[in-house]
Write a protein that binds this ligand. Structure first.
Ligand code: NDP
Length: 450
């Protein structure tokens, strides 16, 4: 049963793929592989471009589906469907540019080829069902692999629709299959089935560790995009008004259910009071309303379970500095919540919250900011606000994180690499390099005689 998290109404029933059906789908994927990898680069590029156009034509339909299934605001959901189109269009350029090398060697000619891996299994979480799916399946298809994709149990609808749109665009049958089902059944089968050559997983660090250990049994290729505890570091020389007005969306976007959420705001002590004066009205102004309303800025959490998990970070005696608002009644609503001052060892500072709760911390100087920012097992994203270019570079290099933005809280651009240091993951998605992680590098030597 698929539930609308803003209303708690059941909106669809999706039948689950079981273990035998998962194996049958993987067998179909294997069978479709030789013909797909043999499609000429120009034709594969054309098919991906057509897929991008079909997704573009369905933007509003996909966005409405995501609002109903995931509680995303309509403006975010349109961006998300647009992101799938853009990722398709970007990697449509790849099949014709999948270059190898010619390496000088004695006695012959040496060339390298980028071969597809085979069947790629993609396991998607519920927080960004469309973009995260596309960051895996698009480069995988572009490199000549076939794909089996498991959406999260809570949010299967847009992935199922994308599977249908692929067929409409002319992607051959069984090249891209969407298999709704339980993670422990379908997802785990991707890990254990010997015909699946690579697993792409996005989700919790805990499950990611299991996936990595499972893949190790077969030395299976794996990409992991896991949790985060990113810092938004605000120096006293920054444009404090800009930093404060941007900080709410940096953590509360998608109701904080974002692995890049800046759930720790680090403010230089000398600017702390001034920052908080600007930050409070910005938090209170966040429009937490029906996500299908054009002006909505934040919707509900995905489930009652997620709301309970988020609320545990704000016990009765929590140091709540101020809060935004949230609707009463049906729906898994939770108001934007700011905690300050918070001890550095409290769960809200140490753990991924995955909800609209942020801890504001003080630091004294650059070294102190870097020390606090790095005092976490995670390293996915982050921001620095300063007018000092030298400091922007120094701190960017010193923070242990896969992606960082200066004077901006944006994390994801499909042109640039995305992924984590430390326990935030393994490998990179998006950008010019991700394609290679869906290929095996083959070296061919041809003796030419002396
Ligand atoms: P999970 O890691 O459990 O789920 C992510 C995906 O993995 C889902 O598709 C899930 O399937 C699947 N899965 C679960 N167990 C297995 C398994 N044993 N083998 C293969 N696949 C599996 O995350 P949750 O949804 O439980 O969320 C828990 C917390 O994880 C969140 O509160 C958040 O902190 C973090 N998280 C981080 C994300 C990120 O973007 N980095 C994304 C989502 C969560 P299904 O749910 O359908 O059973």
């Amino acid at each position: 049963m698929v539930v609308n998290p803003a209303t708690e109404e059941t909106i669809a029933t999706v039948s689950q793929v079981g273990p035998e059906a998962a194996d049958e789908a993987i067998a179909r994927s294997m069978a479709a592989l030789p013909a797909w990898r043999a499609v000429s680069p120009g034709d594969r590029a054309r098919l991906l471009r057509r897929f991008a156009e079909v997704v573009d034509g369905a933007n509003e339909e996909l966005a409405r589906l995501e609002v109903a299934n995931s509680g995303h605001t309509i403006s975010n959901a349109r961006w998300e469907a647009g992101n799938v189109r853009d990722v398709l269009a970007y990697y449509a350029g790849a099949p014709e540019r999948l270059f190898g090398r010619q390496i000088p060697v004695p006695g012959g000619v040496d060339v390298t080829f980028r071969e597809p891996i085979g069947v790629v299994g993609i396991i998607v979480p519920w927080n960004f069902p469309m973009p995260i799916a596309s960051w895996g399946f698009v480069p995988a298809l572009a490199a000549g692999n076939t794909v089996v994709l498991k959406p999260a149990d809570l949010t299967p609808l847009t992935a199922i629709r994308l599977g249908e749109l692929a067929l409409e665009a002319g992607i051959p049958e069984h090249v891209f299959q969407v298999l709704p089902g339980r993670g422990s059944v379908v997802g785990w089968r991707f890990v254990t089935h010997p015909a699946v050559g690579k697993v792409c997983f996005t989700g919790s660090t805990e499950v990611g560790q299991k996936i990595m250990a499972g893949c190790a049994e077969q030395v299976k290729r794996v990409t992991l995009e896991l949790g985060g505890k990113s810092a938004n570091i605000i120096f006293a020389d920054a444009d404090l008004e800009a930093a404060a007005s941007s900080a709410p969306s940096g953590v509360f976007d998608n109701a904080g259910q974002d692995c890049c959420a800046r759930s720790r705001i680090l403010v230089q002590a000398s600017a702390y009071e001034r920052f908080m004066e600007h930050f409070e009205p910005a938090v209170k102004a966040v429009r937490v309303i029906d996500p299908s309303d054009e002006t909505s800025e934040m919707g509900p959490l995905i489930s009652a379970e997620q709301r309970t998990s988020v609320a545990a970070f704000v016990p009765e005696d929590a140091p709540v500095a101020f809060r935004g608002s949230a609707p009463e009644g049906a729906g898994y609503w939770y108001p934007p919540t700011v905690l300050a001052p918070v001890p550095l060892d409290s769960p809200a500072v140490r753990e991924e919250i995955f909800g609209p709760v942020v801890a504001v911390l003080r630091f004294e100087d650059e070294a102190d900011a870097i020390r606090i920012a790095n005092d976490t097992p995670y390293g996915l994203s982050g921001s620095i606000w300063t007018r000092d270019v030298g400091r922007a570079f120094r701190v960017s290099r010193a923070v242990e994180t896969g992606a960082i933005s200066v004077n901006s809280n944006a994390s994801v651009r499909y042109w640039t690499p995305f992924g984590g240091f430390k326990r935030s993951g393994l490998g990179r998605e998006l950008g010019p390099d991700a394609l290679e992680s869906f290929t095996e590098l083959k070296n061919v030597f041809i003796a030419t005689g002396s």
